[in-house]
Design a protein around this ligand. Sequence first.
Ligand code: BTN
Length: 246
Amino acid sequence: MPQTSPHADLVASSLDTHIVGSRVLVLEQTESTNDLALRLGGDGTVIVADTQTAGRGRHGRAWHSPPGLGLWFSVAFEGAGEGLQFAAPLAVRDALRPWCRIDIKWPNDLLVDGKKLGGILIEQRGNRTALGIGINVRHRIEDFPGDLCVTATSLRLAAAKPCARDEVLRAVLTALDEKIMVMRSGKNEALHRDWAAACNIQGQRVRAGTVDGIVESIDETGALIVRTDDGPQRILFGQGIEIREA
Ligand code: BTN
């Protein structure tokens, strides 16, 4: 069992949620909170780490997770979590509204003024799903290594008012719980519609591998339907894309 802190009780007791936060573990360090969520499970279990030694992002990329600066956490769900890929980015966007305006870049990058504020990684193992969320909170520009100082941002840099990590965490978990309730009441269509509108990608020219064309629509799985010279093609949810000048 991982070492947790008394702080976990504080986070858990300040939540007024139905599913998310059924149990809260706050750790100083772990490899990846997603790994723990997949290992421990428990519907709604939240695992927060101050730092991750092997935080990962989409497409096998490493996720920079230094101590003291960000919110690195995962929520475990029992079951496939269908609709989570639409619910999660909307929840983070809504929760962060008091601080700044977030754009969702298809499929679930969280951007402020074109810079990456956070990301979402959903992984499944057996009948268990881990929803991993990373949000840059307290970084100053010099805290980002390499190219990240140009491509990434944080709430501290982008927000109109100061933000405490606990407050942000509570807001995100609460918004997430609301979306999960919508999901589980069978209203995935509404979530899909809101998410697709938020991605604002229809009519844009995109490229993924050999597919190059204009996005016509987003199907029910979240894949892009792209008009190309060779006819309509599908870019699967989560495939890497480049957005090009039309
Ligand atoms: C992305 O590539 O945009 C997704 C980044 C997801 C990072 C979070 S941090 C908490 C959780 N644990 C991980 O190892 N990754 C996710």
